[in-house]
Design a protein around this ligand. Structure first.
Ligand code: ADP
Ligand code: MG
Length: 727
């Protein structure tokens, strides 16, 4: 008897495992008392800071007023005392470099006093600015080595919090990360700039409507995170999951998701326990997680928070991913955030629910009940439609990644063609508006169209089109093409900027008309129809998965950037540079650097996958196949020696030998393609897409076939039927 394979060891371990599931006790501490207890939030600031300091800090947070050094010192001192009471020993400036992850370097509060003792110190300077020696983060060419350092700058609009660890906690200070030449090296800086740009333009529109009470408009985001949880014993037996985040091998399971018995089904106990633990931790961190459920694919789940302003929502989204990843192993699970961990079944996305809201709490995409409100709603709504119709490629490239390429357009996620779904009610209103008949009335009096006599547009939650990449869902738009592992900062930066551009355009037109003596309603009635006419090619009500739509989209001239490599050049196109420079979101140099980083990320991702494919193919799959081949060869001999006709066994051997040789040929070909990259960074990316990926797929095809014929007891890696269904 040979030794058990790591796959068999994994299954035995799972069968024997007992897990400690009761780690949180909501009876002892109610969720509402947990909420925000580790956050230096407004309530804590009020309680802990002298009144004048508190007020100065709030002004900084609300209005961006600069913070003077004494105030910063006072805030830092209070923050430190609070953190130490909560068990913190260290502080860190956390930032979001272009890796798409978060980064942090911890510093102790302790300072030696010279007499052999130490005291805890934390100054305003340390709070406001940090200098991590972070020269190894991707800068896409912005930083030469002589200026390789950037600095982190405190973002007071995202409150500091305590990240707990069994052996001492850390005070985490959210920061922006910029180079000494002031270029953004991170994802937060452009997001904050795009929020400012949108606020400025939205305020111009609101002023026209007489809204002098509003001081700032925020974009709001509620991101729904899809993820997989599989047993960690399987995870550790799969080098591809560990190193690439997705399976590079695996024959389709006999049972997939066709029975649709998973979606919204009852959540397995161990998974539910893990979810509740994650939620308890997230509550403490002030992340308003709200919804949990099973998703469509087996072992796939979703977690969604209530919406918050885009900056906070982005920071919280990073925390959600972090907590999911950290907590799963405590329950013997591994959390997979990749866009497509398993071929052939649904991948994971992040639905980015997006809207605009005033600082007085009014959602600008909420259809109103009065004609006045409705006119305002329509201006903002048409601004979004116009933005998407003018810049669909920017939205496309904002979600481009090697991982998301497996998902977009795979008939489970929206296609790479960006279109907008409005729902039948709103679509009807927009169509009527387009005709420009300001007060056209549907006979029977059910529908009065016209800016001044608009009907109440009902919230139309039932009218959903799950296939649309960008759908109006009653009081917000849902951008569904975002990948599960992605930071939502990039997509929201694009969304905010393109809508800011539309609002700018519309505000200018309206301001001019009003200045010329037109009344606002007339000005709006004249403004909207041509915009709708020019934008309506982006509106699509039908099935986005259908072949007809691909043909129709082409007729309409909508771009179909099928993969990351097709999409990337959009980043450095002249019109992109003009747009982002105009609103101060990205400079040309920053866009060039981001283009380089995106190309490099793509190349590196495929390269890791290709190496893993070669490694697993040669050292795990081929040996298993060869062992089986020799078993069959022995069987042939034994049968022959026994004087029995062995032609069926010979046939099997021949067949198997052919499959093995196909695998070997495919491995050789893959190695050859990997050894021959060429050209600049973009050519290299193309080479990865056009030569390396297909070569990988060919290795996979031959290996997956072998999985279906090699003796099960020899197969070394956990199979789809096991990973997805043993819970
Ligand atoms: P579903 O899309 O699953 O039916 P909901 O429509 O209730 O669920 O909400 C989904 C997400 O949309 C939640 O994260 C929610 O917080 C978010 N959301 C709701 N209103 C807004 C808004 N005004 N701005 C941004 N996100 C919002
Ligand atoms: Mg949704």
């Amino acid at each position: 008897m040979s030794l058990p394979t790591s796959r068999q060891v994994a299954i035995q371990a799972i069968a024997r495992a007992e897990y400690k599931l009761d780690r949180v006790d909501f009876q002892k501490v109610h969720a509402k008392d947990l909420f925000g207890c580790l956050v230096f939030n407004e309530a804590t600031q009020r309680e802990r800071l002298p009144k004048n300091v508190y007020q100065a800090l709030r002004r900084t947070i609300k209005e961006g007023a600069p913070l003077n050094p004494e105030v910063a010192d006072a805030v830092a001192a209070a923050m430190k005392d609070w953190a130490i009471e909560k068990g913190a020993t260290h502080f860190t400036h956390q930032f979001q470099p272009m890796t798409g992850l978060t980064a942090e370097k911890h510093d102790s509060f302790l300072v030696p006093t010279g007499d052999g003792r130490a005291i805890a110190e934390f100054s305003g300077k340390e709070l406001i600015r940090g200098e991590p020696d972070a020269s190894s983060f991707p800068s896409g060419g912005i930083r030469a080595t002589f200026e390789a350092r950037g600095y982190t700058a405190w973002d007071p609009t995202s409150p500091a919090y305590i990240f707990e660890n069994p052996n001492g906690s850390t005070l985490v200070i959210p920061t922006a990360f910029v180079s000494w030449t002031h270029e953004a090296l991170d994802k937060k800086t452009p997001l904050l700039k795009s929020m400012d740009a949108l606020s400025k333009q939205a305020l111009r529109i609101l002023r026209l409507f007489g809204r002098s009470d509003v001081k700032r408009v925020f974009t709001t985001v509620g991101p729904e995170q899809e993820y997989f949880l599989i047993d960690k014993n399987f995870y550790y037996a799969r080098p591809d999951l560990i190193n690439a985040g997705r399976t590079l091998f695996g024959a389709p399971p006999p049972k997939g998701q066709e029975l649709e018995d998973q979606y919204f089904g009852s959540i397995p106990e161990r998974v539910l326990a893990c979810m509740a633990d994650c939620e308890a931790q997230l509550f403490k961190l002030g992340v308003p997680v709200k919804t949990r459920h099973n998703e469509v694919a087996p072992s796939q789940y979703e977690i969604a928070p209530s919406f918050e302003d885009s900056n906070l929502a982005t920071d919280h989204q990073m925390l959600i991913m972090e907590i999911l990843k950290r907590t799963a192993p405590k329950y013997g699970l591994a959390c997979l955030l990749h866009e497509k961990p398993f071929a052939g079944i649904n991948g994971s996305g992040k639905h980015n629910n997006w809207s605009m809201s005033t600082d007085t709490g009014e959602n600008l995409l909420e259809p109103g009940s009065t004609p006045h409100d409705n006119a305002q709603f329509l201006v903002f709504c048409v601004a979004v439609i116009r933005a998407v119709s003018r810049y669909p490629e920017l939205l496309r490239v904002a979600v481009a990644s090697a991982g998301n390429d497996h998902r977009l357009g795979a008939n489970e996620a929206p296609p790479a063609i960006i279109s907008v779904f409005l729902g039948s009610q709103l679509q009807d209103v927009i169509e009527q508006l387009e005709k420009g008949t300001a007060t056209s009335t549907k006979s029977g009096g059910t529908l009065d169209i016209g800016v001044s006599v608009l009907p109440k547009i009902p919230r139309d939650a039932g009218d959903r089109n799950r296939t649309s990449p960008f759908a109006f869902t009653g009081n917000k738009f849902e951008f569904r093409a975002v990948g599960a592992s992605q930071s939502i900062a990039g997509p929201n930066t694009v969304l905010n900027t393109i809508v800011a551009e539309s609002l700018d355009f519309m505000a200018t037109r309206l301001e001019n008309a009003v200045r010329d003596g037109k009344d606002l309603n007339t000005a709006i009635k004249e403004l909207l129809p041509p915009i709708i006419r020019e934008s309506k090619k982006i509106l699509f009500m039908g099935d986005n998965y259908s072949a007809e739509w691909y043909a129709e989209a082409e007729r309409r001239g909508l771009p179909n950037l099928k993969n990351t490599v097709d999409a990337l050049p959009v980043v450095i196109r002249k019109d992109t540079i003009e747009l982002f420079s105009k609103y101060g979101v990205y400079s040309e140099r920053e866009l060039q650097s981001r283009f380089n980083i995106l190309c490099e990320n793509y190349i590196k991702t495929i390269n890791v996958e290709a190496r893993l494919t070669g490694y697993m193919g040669r050292t795990m799959i081929l040996p298993a196949a060869l062992r089986y081949q020799s078993e069959v060869a022995q069987a042939v001999n034994t049968v022959k020696q026994a004087g029995v006709d062995a032609s069926d066994q010979v046939e099997l051997l021949r067949h198997l030998t052919m499959a093995i040789s196909d695998l070997q040929k495919a491995l050789t070909k893959l190695q050859h393609e990997m050894d021959h990259p060429h050209g600049d960074v973009y050519d290299h990316a193309k080479h990865m897409r056009d030569r390396v990926l297909p070569a990988m797929n060919e290795v996979r095809r031959t290996a997956d076939y072998l999985e279906t014929i090699v003796a099960d007891d020899l197969w070394p890696i956990p199979t789809y039927r096991e990973m997805l269904f043993i819970k």
